[in-house]
Design a protein around this ligand. Structure first.
Ligand code: CUK
Ligand code: CUA
Length: 640
């Protein structure tokens, strides 16, 4: 029976909570909404929101940009998935972004966005996000809101404890959820235990351009590495990973990975390992992984296949890694803004475990260990425990902070957000969510300076919150005002895909750097043209390159002849506008690969392979002027 596994000793507390939870859900939270609450989320026409929220799109593979407190959707940024709206992953320029060692993979499962930081504060340069399925980390520019780089993570599978960044964006860190054979090889699955490895990957970020490069990969014991967070302030230099399945079960994890009363949070002194590696430590291992970079000046992406990765065996760096016992299969692993508390939310638990960084250092100093796991010292639970929050809820997952000494934890099973005090562990408020909340986000909640005015809860189940849309409903987010002692539910809004996590920032930080125009005189695209006068058609064997111009309201050339069935026709279209927000689109009849959208100053390429003789039209897909419908052309296709 499922409850035996889930509840164990917390059965009674759990049942009480479930009953309370049901009662709360019975009240759908809308009855008390007065006009004062409406005013708090109302952003009048023409006015702007206070904050940006970047929500992960989960299995949509993309990132969505919302405003807070209005909940208005501004944009979907394609990251790991092809996106017909802009032609991302379809245009010749962007196809290389989705290249991997498994080939062209135009989809992923994006979980955790994290904004770059300087001195532990959001700096608004980039946002990083993980592809969970085919392990990848993406870097998105917060100037252009374009995905600029994707690096594949070898020796990883289920890239879940990712993509969290250190407080000066020195590293973006990626941890594997599935342990796998390293290197991959044909072997019996039941030899998992003691043989499979869990790779934790530290990807160095170049501070000038943001370029990512794997610095080292730590090959840990074969547990499941679920989530992670960097230390900050005094714990800067450390990284913490929650683990489950320290049983190393390879089948029926629901039961077999819930045997141990405690799993671990792995505390990793990455500065120590960095030093070891800088002094020539580590072992180079053959590994194929793609590194894809988009160049803003050429507007083109290139994909390179890397061949080697530097691995580190934990045993080679003594004193760099410790295990902190943490009850009941921890999921979330969060660090408070001061860097003292490491919070492990045991998802099968009622209580929240808080470890102390200072106590951890003291226990390490005293060399007080409770044995080891594969040679990695295990600290004593009571020695490192700062406190435990008697939450009264069930199924804690993730915690964020408001910068005023409060923490907020989501509870999946009892469907609520619980506010509690750091230091006293006292629960001060709780509010239901609709329904079954996963992550929550406070803008800057991952940094030393949270902007604790709003909290966004991201819920797994929507049910009756919106007008029904058939059997499938979009997921749902809720905004709470957390500026007062008690949380106040302000607003519901639907999300796209499954929002696992989000990152938020004050509007000023982002909007002032947002680029408006790609300058034509900076366009270095190899097939770009400086003005419509340079438009031309060039044939190279079966390849035809059309250097095309688009400007309100015509294409040049707009009558194209001399094309034959079997040709490969490349339309290289430059948008010669220099006004903010005047894109042109381009689509050919019979084109199976989506249209492309070309922003002012940009050049993009669409490949068309004519299959039938005839005279075929193309047109602009974006209503760009009063004469948009006149923006068209014909292409004549003759027999081969
Ligand atoms: S996970 Cu989704 S609810 Cu991927 Cu961060 Cu916890
Ligand atoms: Cu250009 Cu419509």
């Amino acid at each position: 029976m499922k409850t035996n596994i889930f509840l164990k000793s917390t059965l009674i507390i759990g049942l009480i909570t479930l009953i309370v939870g049901c009662g709360q859900n019975g009240n759908n939270g809308s009855g008390a909404l007065g006009s004062s609450i409406a005013e708090k989320v109302y952003v009048a026409p023409g006015e702007r929101d206070e904050q940006y929220a970047f929500l992960s799109g989960g299995y949509s593979g993309n990132l969505t940009v919302y405003g807070l407190p209005s909940g208005r959707l501004f944009k979907e940024i394609p990251v790991f998935s092809q996106f017909p709206t802009s032609g991302y992953g379809y245009s010749e320029e962007t196809k290389p972004m989705l290249n991997t060692s498994f080939g062209f993979i135009p989809w992923d499962d994006l979980h955790h966005p994290d904004i770059s930081q300087t001195n532990g504060e959001l700096d608004g340069r980039w946002i990083f996000a993980n592809g969970n399925n085919t392990p990848r980390i993406a870097r998105i520019s917060l100037t252009t809101f374009e995905t600029e780089e994707i690096i594949e993570v070898p020796n990883s599978a289920g890239n879940h404890s990712s993509s969290f960044i250190t407080e000066n964006t020195e590293y973006v860190v990626a941890g594997t959820r599935f342990a796998v054979p390293v290197p991959q090889q044909d072997m019996p699955i039941n030899e998992y235990k003691a043989n499979f490895k869990g790779a934790l990957t530290f990807i160095a970020v170049d501070q000038e351009h943001g370029h990512m490069d794997i610095k080292f990969q730590l090959l840990m014991p074969g547990f499941n590495y679920d989530l992670s967070h960097p230390g900050r302030g005094k714990s800067h230099g450390w990284f913490f990973f929650s683990t489950y399945n320290t049983e190393e079960a390879n089948t029926l994890l629901e039961v077999n990975a819930s045997q141990n009363d405690k799993d671990f949070i792995a505390a990793i002194n990455w500065k120590k390992i960095e030093e070891f590696v800088n002094n020539g430590g580590g072992t180079k291992m053959a590994a194929n992984y793609a590194h894809n970079v988009y160049d803003e000046s050429t507007h083109m992406a290139t994909s390179t296949m890397k061949k080697e990765v530097l691995t580190v065996n934990p045993m080679d760096v003594p004193g760099a890694i410790y295990f902190l016992p943490t009850p009941k299969s921890p999921h979330g692993c969060d660090v408070d803004p001061n860097g003292e508390y490491i919070i492990g939310a045991g998802k099968l638990s009622a209580n929240i475990t808080v470890h102390s960084f200072d106590k951890m250092l003291a226990a390490i100093e005293a060399e007080k260990f409770d044995g080891d796991a594969y040679g990695i010292p295990i600290l004593n639970y009571d020695d490192v425990l700062a406190g435990s929050v008697q939450s009264g809820g069930l199924g804690p997952l993730h915690t964020e902070f408001d910068g005023r000494g409060n923490a907020y934890t989501t509870f999946f099973i009892s469907s609520e957000v619980v506010k509690w005090k750091l230091d006293t562990w006292e629960v001060v408020d709780r509010k239901p969510t609709y329904y079954s909340v996963g992550h929550l986000m406070i803008p800057g909640g991952n940094s030393r300076k949270p902007h604790g005015k709003y909290l966004v809860a991201m819920n797994k189940i929507t049910k009756d919150r919106y007008l029904p849309t058939g059997p499938e409903m979009e997921h749902s987010a809720q905004i709470y005002d957390i500026s007062g002692e008690k949380m106040e539910l302000l607003y519901d809004f639907p999300t796209h895909g499954e929002p696992h996590y989000a990152a938020g920032a004050d509007a000023e930080l982002i909007m002032n750097n947002s680029k408006k125009i790609y300058r034509l005189d900076e366009n270095n695209h190899p097939y770009g043209i400086k003005n419509p006068g340079e438009a031309r058609i060039e044939r190279k064997g079966k390849e035809v390159h059309i250097y095309m111009s688009s400007i309100r309201s015509h294409f040049t050339p707009d009558n194209i002849e001399g094309i034959k069935v079997g040709d490969k026709v490349y339309f290289h279209i430059t948008n010669h506008e220099q006004d903010f927000d005047v894109p042109h689109g381009f689509a050919m009849i019979g084109q199976g690969t989506s249209e492309i959208l070309i922003m002012p100053g940009q050049t993009k390429t669409s490949l068309w392979e004519p299959k039938q003789v005839g005279v075929w039209p193309f047109y602009c897909t974006d209503f760009c002027s009063a004469l948009h419908q006149e923006m068209q052309g014909y292409i004549r296709v003759s027999p081969a």
